[in-house]
Every structure is written in structure tokens, then in C-alpha cells.
Design a protein around this ligand. Structure first.
Ligand code: GLC
Length: 448
């Protein structure tokens, strides 16, 4: 679609067309040419948009995710779809990387990744529920309640091994912000295997670029650097070598971070789980309620009074990872911080030397050493994080800020199209176009 033809009156119709184009029949792909599989948080964002005009399709999106639930409760970050051989998805690049069947908890008839992604399921389920009649809502909630509960219980059981409240993540792919500064800086400083260090220091990493799939997309300076890409794949291989068995992974104290984005989303998700349980007249297990309460209290410890910012935390040392990123805004979305803290976070949204760009909210602030306007999660503005921040601003009564951010997000997409991410200064599209969550969340922003 010719981008300058997007107007107020055709925006939603054009967004629907993007989703239709990416619809594989069974689920909606993030983008049919480069993301052919089903991703957990993508599908949740897609369902939130769909719920505004096609509830049946929105439910299918969510039910597809539960089909791939592992027997221990985990919902995998990716469900691999493709031609089947021997009952599993035929050999392809993603499948070869993951080999989920190495873990006994993985489903027998579906190939998946071996890690999870931000728990946006409760939000998507709730948003669908809100648009159904009371009777139909009950039916819907009943259909998904137990698998959702099982997923949340798995998160606390496996990912909060010391019962401290916050849950840990073991790979930046689990937080969906692949190369976000706090994680990248940890990897660089502490965890790069020796052979990647040598490639980095001798600048031989350029050779690797020749083999990268995204090189063909001509996205120079927009994706991960070769060193970053190697680091993420090597970390994934280490998890695979342990067959994604958590006790083995954590025993070797690989990479473990209590990420601020993941935990803020989980805190909100638990509130919604409580609402859903109340609606159905069900009681949540006592231990779960205790963990939920604890997580809300522990979130407070991620605040740095001097920087006036929330940060992610190293799981073992409890050291705060003091690199600013879009994650700093996510506690707004959690709904569980004090109003005074929320006001101070909003301050950095207004600061034009930090996050207050022409097309906010950049994934890293302008004054960060990491900032690069076009590079993936190190600068560009993304519609999904804007959507989360808008919900958070509304929750704390910053309605003018929420409206302004909603307007600038819609303007940016109208001006450039349904891109994966955007330059926060010019608003120009970056990555690939026809990206599903950009389209679906624009529908939701326009309609609500
Ligand atoms: C990238 C993004 C991640 C997303 C996936 C599919 O890995 O960083 O958030 O879920 O692509 O769109």
C-alpha cells in the first residue's frame, strides 16, 4: 500500500488488510515473509486488535498458543509451523535451532522454542472478555482459565526459585526486546564466550554477516550487530545443551535477570488472573496469592532514587542493571507503583534530551551511549511498547499524556505505514513493513 494514502478514514481498513495478508489460516504471522511462525506476545497483541472486530478470530489466536503449552505449564515463545515430517514440523532453520523434543515436557506433535516470552496472555484474554456478553464471557474464561493458571503457576514455581517474588529470565528473547541495552551490556561485560570476544576484537565478526538471513533484507544498522547476534545464538545453544531443563541451567548459573518489562507485565497479568478467577467464582491457590503479593512488594526494590528510574536486576547479586531503556516505563503498565513514582517516570517522557523525541517513545533514551535511532531495540519507537505505556498512563490518570502519545503513534503510522519499528526522530518506518502488531494495536488505539 502506498503509505501517503493512509488517512483517518481508511486507517483501520488498511490495518485489517495487513492482518488478513499475514493470516496463515491457523494463526496470524507477525509478517508472512520473514516471521512465518507463531510468537507468544505477537499473538496476544494481535488478538487485542482483533477483539475489536472479530472476536471469534481473536479467540483462535489465543487457543493456538495454549495448544503448544508444555506439560509443566510453560507457554513457549515460538510455535514452529511448517510442513510436517514424522509428525513434527519439517527441518527448517528455526526448528534446527530449537529441537524442543529434547525436553520431556515439550508437546509431542508440535515443535516449539524452549523458552517463554512476556506473559501478555491474561491481558489478551481479558480484553476479549470485556467485549463479550456476560454469558459468553463466562464461557470464554472457563475455556482458558486452567491453562492460564497453570502458566502463571509455572512462572512462579520455576522462575522464582528462591521465592523472592520476581521471576527471572534466561535469554533476552524471553523479554521480546532482543538487543535492549541492559541485557546487551551484561552480555558484553560478563558472558561473551572467548571465541566471540576474539571475533569482536579482531573485527572478524563481519564474516558472520555474510551468513545472516536478515542481511538479504538490506537492513544495515537496523538489526543486531554480528557480535550481538552471535552472542544470542550461542546463549541459546547453551540452553539447548541443557535440554531447556531449568534446574540444570540455573545450577550452572548461566545468564539470569529479573527483567523489569517481563515482571511489570506479569504483575498486571496476575491482577487480571485474579479478576478472571473472581468472575468465575474460583479461589486461587494460597501460595500463588502469596507470590503475587510478594512480587508487587519486590518491584519497589527495582527503583533507583537517584536516577529516578526503575531497572532490571541481576538474579544472583541483586545488582540493578543501570542502563536506561524502554523497560523503565513498564512499571506504569503494572499498575502497582506509587503515584509519586509514576509522576517521576512521566517526567522523563517529557524530557526532550531523553525520551521526549518527536515520535516517542524511543526504545533507548537520546542521552544513552547505546542510542541508535534505527537499531531495533536500541532507539526506534515500537507500537507495542507505546500501547503498554498508554495503558499505564491512563491507569495513573495521566490522560492528557496518554492521548498525546496515542495521537503521535497514530500520526507516525499514518505518515509512514505499518512498519515493524520507526525512527523516533523522523517517524520513518524501519525494519519490515506490513507488521501485524503495528496494524492490530493501531486498530485498538483508534477504536478505544
Ligand atoms: C523479534 C522481536 C520480538 C518479536 C519477534 C516476532 O524477535 O524482538 O519481540 O516477538 O521478533 O515478531
Amino acid at each position: 500500500m502506498d503509505n501517503d494514502k493512509l488517512t483517518d478514514s481508511n486507517l483501520v481498513d488498511e490495518a485489517i488488510k495487513v492482518l488478513e495478508e499475514n493470516d496463515s489460516g491457523r494463526f496470524i504471522q507477525p509478517n508472512k515473509s520473514i516471521y512465518p511462525h507463531q510468537w507468544l506476545w505477537d499473538s496476544c497483541f494481535i488478538a487485542i486488535g482483533l477483539a475489536n472486530y472479530d472476536l471469534k478470530r481473536a479467540k483462535i489466536e489465543i487457543l493456538g498458543l495454549f495448544e503448544a503449552q508444555w506439560s509443566n505449564g510453560m507457554i513457549p515463545s515460538i510455535i514452529l509451523h511448517g510442513k510436517k515430517e514424522h509428525g513434527l514440523v519439517a527441518y527448517d532453520r528455526h526448528n534446527a535451532i530449537w529441537r524442543s523434543w529434547l525436553n520431556p515436557n515439550a508437546p509431542k506433535d508440535l515443535a516449539t522454542s524452549g523458552i517463554t516470552q512476556p506473559p501478555m496472555l491474561a491481558e489478551a484474554i481479558y480484553q476479549i472478555g470485556q467485549k463479550l456478553s456476560v454469558l459468553k464471557r463466562r464461557e470464554w474464561y472457563k475455556q482458558v482459565y486452567y491453562p492460564l493458571l497453570k502458566y502463571h503457576m509455572w512462572l512462579f514455581a520455576e522462575r522464582d526459585p528462591h521465592h523472592e517474588g520476581l521471576v527471572l529470565q534466561i535469554h533476552p528473547w524471553e523479554i521480546g526486546l532482543d538487543n535492549t541495552p541492559p541485557w546487551m551490556s551484561e552480555l558484553n561485560d560478563h558472558l561473551l564466550p572467548w571465541w566471540i570476544r576474539i571475533l569482536r576484537d579482531t573485527h572478524l565478526d563481519d564474516i558472520v554477516g555474510i551468513f545472516r538471513k536478515d542481511r538479504l533484507l538490506n537492513l544495515k544498522n537496523q538489526r543486531l550487530t554480528n557480535v550481538e547476534a552471535l552472542a544470542l545464538f550461542s546463549l541459546q545453544r547453551r540452553l539447548r545443551r541443557k535440554n531447556y531443563q531449568f534446574y540444570k541451567i540455573i545450577d550452572h548459573s548461566l545468564f539470569a535477570i529479573e527483567d523489569i518489562t517481563f515482571n511489570s507485565i506479569f504483575i498486571r497479568a496476575n491482577q487480571l488472573l485474579i479478576e478472571i478467577a473472581n468472575f468465575l467464582g474460583k479461589k486461587l491457590p494460597k501460595d500463588l496469592l502469596k507470590s503475587i503479593h510478594q512480587s508487587e512488594e519486590e518491584l519497589d526494590k527495582l527503583w533507583d532514587e537517584y536516577a529516578e528510574e526503575y531497572y532490571s536486576r541481576d538474579f544472583v547479586s541483586h545488582r540493578l542493571l543501570k542502563q536506561s531503556s524502554i523497560g523503565s516505563f513498564m512499571p506504569l503498565y503494572s499498575g502497582k507503583i506509587k503515584k509519586d513514582r509514576a509522576s517521576r517516570i512521566v517526567g522523563s517522557l517529557e524530557n526532550e534530551h531523553r525520551f521526549g523525541t518527536v515520535f516517542p517513545v524511543p526504545s533507548a533514551p537520546l542521552d544513552s551511549n547505546w542510542f541508535q535511532a534505527d537499531r531495533y531495540w536500541q532507539g526506534p519507537t515500537w507500537v507495542n511498547t507505546n500501547w503498554l505505556i498508554i495503558q499505564g498512563l491512563k491507569r495513573y490518570g495521566f490522560n492528557d499524556h496518554a492521548d498525546a502519545l496515542k495521537e503521535s503513534t497514530i500520526e507516525m503510522v499514518k505518515k509512514s505505514g505499518f512498519w515493524e519499528y520507526f525512527n523516533p526522530i523522523t517517524g520513518d518506518g524501519r525494519g519490515i513493513t506490513n507488521f501485524s502488531w503495528t496494524a492490530s494495536l493501531i486498530i485498538d488505539l483508534v477504536k478505544n
